[in-house]
Design a protein around this ligand. Structure first.
Ligand code: SF4
Ligand code: SF4
Length: 370
């Protein structure tokens, strides 16, 4: 007995696939499936998060529709995966709100924070909001640095706590003790597999998106988005170190490390998320999970808006538009932080945890056979 209809369907499919095993070379899902005789909910959540939705097993399958077995692994695992984000979310009560109205919640939060910052600045000094500010400390004409650091530090720490609790629940549910996350070689293997998106390659030929012709464009856009996000995070981290260790205040010159990292990261986010969105629109309807599209769109929209508003702020930071652009950018970043633990953002973290577990299982199997 499974908790949802999608988990029941995933159990049926994995049972069929475990008899067939034709796709065992395509990705990690099938070898991990072959290590099991039965599939509890936790096993299915683990397998769903190992799947990278490359689509290859749908087009390769002799039992996919219109065959009566109706085997559609990518769409079913995508639905189970999306449900697993809500299942493991912390605090659990927050998840349904975002699952149903992810995009609306994210936009409302971004607008609310931007309006709060604009109102805060206007109440103090309208000239500070619409005037031109240049040189070190110019951004803090909108809001004092300490107030800004407190507000965004709290949102960031909340996101880290909620994400950490969620992945801890996932890890424990899949049967691994939290005190023994794995030795270094498993971590290294999982790191390599996730950093290269190894299982988004359809077994070596490329991802299948709109039809059965393989292409690497989706992997490229994923990389641009993920590495763009990391560069933006690195930019903010370096700027924070500058502030507290060197006493240097933002904004910095165009050639300085935080600006170079932020510009490259922002460009990666804008191009990567636009490419992912276009690929989603073109994706074969048969391999899509239509029930959780709102969650995916919210994730893409918030990352795109983060990159775009950051680049606009960089372009117009010496003009009178700086105050409004900074408020909008900060509103978007705040909304991204607080919605992160309840949306598609967690897929990267759960996928890493699933890859870590897979590296451990595979390693133990090889040693047991020796
Ligand atoms: S997806 Fe189809 S071909 Fe692949 S293992 Fe499952 S049943 Fe066999
Ligand atoms: S869609 Fe790709 S990653 Fe997912 S199970 Fe099928 S072959 Fe594996």
């Amino acid at each position: 007995m499974h908790a949802t209809a999608d988990l029941t369907e995933a159990d049926r499919l994995m049972t069929v696939c475990n008899s067939c095993r034709y796709c065992e070379g395509l990705c990690a899902v099938f070898p991990a499936m072959e290590m099991r005789r039965g599939f509890a909910d936790a096993d299915l959540n683990y397998l769903a998060n190992l799947c990278h939705s490359c689509g290859a097993c749908y087009y390769d399958c002799q039992f996919s529709p219109p065959h009566e077995f109706n085997v559609n692994v990518p769409a079913t695992l995508a639905a189970v995966r999306a449900q697993s984000y809500a299942h493991y979310a912390w605090p659990a009560a927050m998840a349904p709100m975002f699952a149903r109205n992810g995009l609306a919640m994210a936009v409302a939060t971004a607008l609310g924070v931007a309006l709060f910052l604009l109102g805060f600045a206007a109440a103090n000094d309208t000239a500070a909001l619409f005037g031109r500010h240049t040189g070190p400390g110019a951004f803090y004409a909108l809001m004092p640095h300490n107030a800004m650091a407190l507000l965004f530090g709290a949102a960031f720490l909340y996101a880290i706590l909620a994400l950490g609790m969620g992945v801890r629940r996932f890890w424990r549910d899949t049967g691994e003790p939290t005190s023994r996350p794995g030795v270094l070689r498993w971590l290294w293997q999982a790191l390599k597999d996730s950093a290269s998106l190894r299982y988004l390659d359809g077994g070596g030929v490329g991802c299948m998106n709109e039809d059965d012709r393989p292409t690497d464009t989706r992997r490229l856009y994923h990389h641009l988005t993920a590495y763009g996000f990391m560069l933006c995070f690195a930019s903010t981290s370096v700027a924070t170190l500058y502030h507290y260790l060197l006493g240097r205040e933002a904004p910095f010159a165009w050639w300085d490390v935080p600006v170079v990292l932020g510009t490259l990261g922002g460009a990666g986010l804008v191009v990567g998320t636009a490419g992912l969105f276009a690929a989603k629109l073109k994706r074969d309807v048969a391999t899509r999970d239509e029930t959780h599209r709102g969650m995916e769109h919210a994730f893409i929209a918030m990352l795109f808006a983060t990159g775009l508003t950051g680049l606009l702020l960089l372009l117009f930071r010496t003009t009178g538009a700086m105050g409004v652009l900074l408020a909008i950018h900060l509103g978007v970043v705040f909304a991204l932080f607080v919605t992160m633990p309840y949306g598609k953002f967690v897929h990267g973290i759960y996928r890493f945890a699933a890859l870590l577990r897979y590296a451990k299982e595979r390693d133990e199997m090889v040693h047991a056979a020796e």
